[in-house]
Design a protein around this ligand. Structure first.
Ligand code: NAI
Length: 396
C-alpha cells in the first residue's frame, strides 16, 4: 500500500516501515561510530520500542554487544492497516541485531500486568539465566493495576491553581493561549499510580524473587525537570508528583538490592520530541524554542545522543556522578543558564507570526514525523510498501 501520514490531534495514526527502519539504522550507525562501552551484557528494557527506551536498547546492543529483551505495547500490522511505529522500529532493530549475531527477543503486551512480567521472567530463565541491567522507560496514559484491576488514568494538570500560558499547534504553527484547570486529589493519585515508581519496583521485586538479577545489577528509570516556564504543568503538576515518586522509588529499590551490591538510578533527561512529550500542552512550544537555541550553541542532542552520553559518561564509569537528590543529570546542557535565558526571552517574543523565524518549528515537525517513519529524504513515499512486517522473535 502507499503509506502516508495521517494525523489525529498530536498523534500520527499511520507509520512507515521503511522510514522507521531508517530511523533505527541512523541510531545504530551513530552508536557504531563511537567507542565501545564497557556496559551491561544482559539487558531488559521495559518500554523498548520508541523514544529513550529504544535508544537504550540500541546503545546496549550495538555499544556493549549486549543481549537484549525488549518489552513494549505496540499494534501489529494487519492487511491495509499499518502497525504502530514501535512495532516497525523493533522489527528493524531485531533484524540488525541478529545480523550481527546479537541475541534480541521482544515481548509485546501490557508491562503493568502479571502475565507480561511472568512471560518475561520465563524468557530470561530460558535464554539468559540472569540479567545485569533493567532500563525502565515506560510512558503510558493509563495503567490497570494487576492486583486490584482498577484502571488509573494519568493527567497533565497544574496543582492548586489554573495555569495559563502560550502553546503551539505544531501542525499549523498557530500560537494561542491555553488555560488548564487545577487537578483534583484523585488526579494526583491516579497520575502517580500510572507514572510513579510502583510498577518499576514490582518488576525488580519479581525478577529478584526469581533469582534473575546478577551481582552488581543496575536499574535505571527516566525523569524530567525542565524550566520554570513549564513548571506548573510539568514538575509542579500532576506528572511532577509521579516523577517525585519515581525518584523516591530508586532509593527503595537500591535498599532492596543491597545483598547484590545493586543500584537503582534515575536519570533526568532532556526535553525531546517523542510520542509522549508531544501530548503535553506547552511543551512543544518550549521544545521548538529550545531546539533553536541548543542547535545554535552546538549542544542539541536526540534520544540516541542522550543515552550514549548517559552510558559512556555517567552510568558505566567508576563513580556515577549524581546531584544532591541522587539523580543522574543529562539534562545539563538544556538547563545551562545561558540556554535557559535565551529560551525565556524567545518565549516572550513568540507569536504565530514570529515562531518560524525565532523557533525551530520545522525541526520539531520533522522529528515528529520521523517518529512515525515519515519525512526521511532517503525513502520513496510514493512507492508501494508492504505494511505486513514481522518482528522476528514474535512471529517466528
Ligand atoms: P515513548 O512514548 O517514546 O515510549 C514509551 C514506551 O513505553 C514505548 O516503548 C511503549 O510501547 C511503551 N509502553 C507504553 N505503555 C506500555 C504498557 N502498558 N506496556 C508495555 N509498554 C508500554 O516515551 P519517551 O518520551 O521515550 O518516555 C520514556 C520515559 O522517559 C518516560 O518516563 C518519560 O517521562 C521520560 N522522559 C521523557 C522526556 C521527553 O522529553 N520525551 C524527557 C525526560 C524523561
Amino acid at each position: 500500500m502507499i503509506i502516508e501520514p495521517r494525523t489525529r490531534g498530536f498523534i500520527c495514526i499511520t507509520s512507515h516501515p521503511d522510514g522507521c527502519a531508517k530511523g533505527v539504522a541512523n541510531q545504530i550507525d551513530y552508536i557504531k561510530s563511537k567507542d565501545k562501552i564497557d556496559g551491561a551484557k544482559n539487558v531488559l528494557i521495559i518500554g523498548a520500542s520508541t523514544g529513550f527506551g529504544l535508544a537504550s536498547r540500541i546503545t546496549s546492543a550495538f555499544g556493549s554487544d549486549a543481549s537484549t529483551i525488549g518489552v513494549f505495547f505496540e499494534k501489529p500490522p494487519a492487511a491495509g492497516r499499518t502497525a504502530s511505529s514501535g512495532w516497525y522500529n523493533t522489527a528493524a532493530f531485531e533484524k540488525a541485531a541478529h545480523n550481527e549475531g546479537l541475541y534480541a527477543k521482544s515481548i509485546n503486551g501490557d508491562a503493568f500486568s502479571h502475565e507480561i512480567k511472568n512471560e518475561t521472567i520465563e524468557l530470561i530463565k530460558k535464554d539468559l539465566g540472569q540479567i545485569d541491567m533493567v532500563v525502565y522507560s515506560l510512558a503510558s496514559p493509563v495503567r490497570t493495576h494487576p492486583d486490584t484491576g482498577i484502571r488509573y488514568k494519568s493527567t497533565l494538570k497544574p496543582i492548586g491553581k489554573t495555569y495559563t500560558n502560550k502553546t503551539v499547534d505544531f501542525h499549523t504553527g498557530e500560537i494561542k493561549e491555553i488555560s488548564i484547570e487545577p487537578s483534583t486529589e484523585d488526579d494526583i493519585s491516579n497520575t502517580v499510580a500510572v507514572m510513579g515508581g510502583e510498577d518499576w519496583e514490582m518488576w525488580i521485586n519479581e525478577l529478584k524473587k526469581n533469582n534473575l538479577l546478577s551481582p552488581n545489577f543496575k536499574t535505571i528509570a527516566y525523569s524530567y525537570i525542565g524550566p520554570k516556564l513549564t513548571e506548573p504543568v510539568y514538575r509542579k503538576g500532576t506528572i511532577g508528583k509521579a516523577k517525585d515518586h519515581l525518584e523516591q522509588t530508586a532509593f527503595t529499590i537500591t535498599d532492596s538490592l543491597k545483598d547484590l551490591n545493586g543500584q537503582a538510578y534515575v536519570s533526568v533527561n532532556k526535553a525531546l520530541v517523542t510520542q509522549s512529550s508531544s501530548a503535553i500542552p506547552v511543551i512543544p512550544l518550549y521544545i521548538s524554542l529550545l531546539y533553536k537555541v541548543m542547535k545554535e550553541n552546538g549542544v542539541q542532542e536526540g534520544c540516541i545522543e542522550q543515552i550514549h552520553r548517559l552510558y559512556s559518561e555517567r552510568l558505566f564509569i567508576d563513580k556515577t556522578p549524581t546531584d544532591s537528590e541522587g539523580r543522574i543529570r543529562i539534562d545539563d546542557w538544556e538547563m545551562r543558564s545561558d540556554i535557559q535565558e535565551k529560551v525565556t526571552k524567545l518565549w516572550e517574543q513568540a507569536t504565530t507570526e514570529s515562531l518560524s523565524s525565532i523557533g525551530d518549528l520545522e525541526g520539531y515537525r520533522t522529528e515528529f514525523f520521523n517518529l512515525f517513519g515519515f519525512n526521511f529524504d532517503e525513502i520513496d513515499y510514493s512507492a508501494d510498501t508492504n505494511e505486513i512486517v514481522n518482528i522476528p522473535s514474535i512471529n517466528a
